[in-house]
Design a protein around this ligand. Structure first.
Ligand code: PEP
Ligand code: MN
Length: 346
């Protein structure tokens, strides 16, 4: 249930309503928009009917939320959520790009990539330290050592770092070193992990499971939000369908759908969807045109020698060319692509 306040409502009115909701045993979530404030209520909604809330002069209307996800629902927030990552406010309407290697393979390649993607216009550095691999015999990342390399690359470039956390046992360590915790496709419904990253209070990049519906994705986000962590970004990265030509099928329709359904930022990862580097730019540009708040792109200084996902990794040069095109497509649809150089230092 959502209580929508009148634009004229005062802080005192808000406090009274919040107290009333709490007295009924529900949890109020206050969201302030430009013109009005809404109070989302989680709990036994029948109890709200016991009080004539509409009789409060500050209350304009009360809306039910029919969706199974509440905190993630668009109506629950008075404005779009902006996830703060370094100087970027992802979700503010601009197009932001997070780029870097699939896995951190060493300090030198990481720093070389970080400097190049920053120069080309990325606002954050990605890089896997703990890698989910289909085969246990594949390279599974440098682990804790890679977290230190990411922190060193951040110190050198100023780019915030995004890295995947695979296991609840590593959440505290990854949260200490990284700026944003990625929950990967294979873990999208690892509810214990979602709860832990929710507790961490760090921004979360939640990737869609390869067999997950959009409702599943939104409910996974709800787990994080329910722990009081509102800094959540969703990421479409391709789903498994009958089509085998590409690695996954990028569900481009997910972008406008999610933008309507939720106030959370929506990113697209064209790299894992395409599975091959020549198709990555077209998918990235389609995502920008469809309204994505950002891109997550794999880039490697020598993709043919990469220890994971080399086939889909862009070279430093092709990434720079793609970023030019991203700026052009963004401008063509009335948007702005923001690079690290233009952002405020926070
Ligand atoms: C990744 O980003 O490197 C990754 C493993 O992605 P996904 O979870 O989408 O497969
Ligand atoms: Mn990868």
């Amino acid at each position: 249930m959502i209580i929508v306040l009148r634009p004229s409502a005062s802080e005192h009115d808000l406090e009274q309503i919040v107290a009333q909701v709490q007295a009924l045993g529900l949890t109020p979530h206050v969201s302030r928009g430009v013109t009005r404030t809404v109070v989302g209520c989680i709990g036994d909604e029948d109890r709200l009917r016991e009080v004539p809330l509409l009789a409060f002069p500050a209350v304009e209307t009360i809306l039910p939320v029919e969706k199974p996800y509440k905190l993630a629902a668009r109506e629950f927030a008075a404005r779009d959520t902006e996830v703060v990552l370094g100087g970027a406010a992802i979700g503010d309407g601009a197009v932001y790009t997070i780029a870097g290697p699939c896995s951190v393979e060493g300090g030198e390649m990481l720093l070389e990539t970080a400097l190049a993607v920053k120069e080309a216009g990325a606002v954050a550095l990605r890089g896997g330290a703990f890698k989910p691999r289909t085969s246990p015999y594949s390279f599974r990342g440098l682990g804790a050592q890679a977290l230190d390399l990411l922190a060193a690359a951040r110190a050198e470039t100023g780019l915030p770092v995004v890295t995947e956390v695979l296991d609840t046992r590593h959440v505290a360590l990854v949260a200490e070193k990284a700026d944003c915790l990625q929950v990967g496709a294979r873990n999208m419904q690892n509810f214990a992990l979602l709860t832990e990253v929710g507790e961490s209070g760090k921004p979360v990049l939640l990737k869609r499971g390869m067999a997950a519906t959009l409702e599943d994705l939104l409910l996974a986000a709800e787990y994080v939000l329910a722990r009081g962590n509102r800094q959540v970004m969703l990421c479409e990265r391709g789903i498994r369908t009958f089509e085998r030509a590409l690695r996954y099928t990028l569900d481009i329709g997910a972008v406008p759908y999610l933008k309507r359904e939720t106030h959370l930022p929506v990113l697209v990862d064209p790299s894992h969807a395409a599975g091959r580097r020549d198709l990555v730019p077209a998918l990235a540009l389609a995502a920008v045109a469809a309204g994505a708040d950002g891109l997550l792109i794999e880039v490697h200084p020598d993709p043919d020698r990469a220890r994971s996902d080399g086939d889909q990794s862009l070279t430093l040069e092709t990434f720079a060319e793609l970023m030019e095109q991203v700026r052009e497509v963004a401008a063509a649809v009335g948007r702005r692509a923001a690079g690290a150089a233009e952002l405020p230092t926070r």
